[in-house]
Design a protein around this ligand. Structure first.
Ligand code: ZN
Length: 302
């Protein structure tokens, strides 16, 4: 039932219009423990990572504001104290919507561009977002990363180039061997959402996924931005599908194929899934735009 709820609303809202918010009164928050003091919460919106223990509670992402009470109850049910630190993996509203509540008492951290985008507001997949109130903004921002030393572990928060947006942070628990990818990976989707309007780029995404893979081994538990917890194998397969897509679009462009021609012949359609938020055509368009945004590989102007 919960899985179904997640699929219906992920990664943002599944409907093309993106107009209907989920019925928050019906959303249940389900917890899964991954290691001592490390858990993931599933509800509606981005998966929430939790570190808890004697040094306080760290939350990774916070879904939607109407769910804050349920999230707090789920955190308490883990035996955890109220949230001390909150990290936004990126600025999208299904990952940062709870900031306006948690920000009243917790310290929010994120990559520098997350604060800029939240403060300005903007458009994501057709949703117009107003500027966030000041207390919902990250108070501490970073360029490359930051480390938490608490609850018997070191949690690395790393920005290594983004790709889904220009501010994607991955988090890695060194001792527990858990990785939270944010929306750099979605385990319930056939294709990634590359938010080019928020500085996302398919080429960058592949490079960032390579860096995330380098942090993992066969025992790593991977919390994706949406969908169930997976392993390095699924993360690698996800990276390879995106890399193959980038390569296919590159080849088409090198052969002077048009975007329309490529879409008509779209070889990635075999991976399409009914009801998916991003289908093969949307993915190819995003890759095409990503390549448009890259400097010419040979350095010459054409
Ligand atoms: Zn996102």
């Amino acid at each position: 039932m919960i899985r179904k709820t997640i699929l219906l609303v992920a990664p943002l809202f599944a409907t093309p219009a993106l107009a209907q918010a989920p019925d928050f009164s019906k959303v249940e928050i389900r917890a899964e423990t991954l290691a001592t003091g490390v858990a993931v919460l599933f509800g509606a919106g981005g998966n929430i990572g939790v570190s808890h223990g004697p040094d306080g509670t760290v939350l990774i992402d916070d879904q939607f504001a109407p769910l804050t009470g349920k999230i707090e109850a789920a955190v308490a049910a883990l035996g955890a104290t109220p949230v001390r630190f909150l990290v936004n993996t990126h600025w999208h509203f299904d990952h940062s919507g709870g900031n306006e509540n948690f920000g009243k008492t917790a310290t929010i951290l994120a990559h520098r561009t997350v604060r800029v985008r939240l403060a300005a507001g903007g458009t994501v997949a057709g949703n117009t977002l107003p500027p966030a109130p000041p207390h919902a903004l990250p108070e501490i921002t970073f360029d490359d990363g930051v480390q938490f030393h608490l609850n018997g572990d070191t949690i690395e928060a790393v920005f290594s180039g983004g790709g889904h947006t220009d501010g994607d942070t991955v988090l890695y628990w060194r001792k527990a061997n858990v990785l939270h990818t944010g929306d750099l990976m979605m385990s319930n989707a056939p294709f990634p959402f590359i938010d080019v309007g928020s500085g996302g780029n398919a080429v960058t995404l592949v490079a960032t996924l390579d860096k995330a893979l380098a942090m993992t081994n066969d025992q790593t538990k991977v919390i994706p931005g949406h969908g169930p917890v997976v392993t390095r194998t699924e993360l690698k397969a996800w990276r390879d599908r995106i890399a193959d897509g980038v390569e296919a679009v590159r080849k088409a462009r090198a052969a002077k194929q048009t975007l329309e021609g490529l879409l008509a012949a779209n070889p990635l359609k075999v991976h399409d899934r009914p009801g998916a938020f991003i289908n093969a055509d949307a993915f190819v368009r995003a890759v095409w735009r990503s390549l448009d945004a890259m400097p010419a590989a040979d350095g010459h102007k054409h």
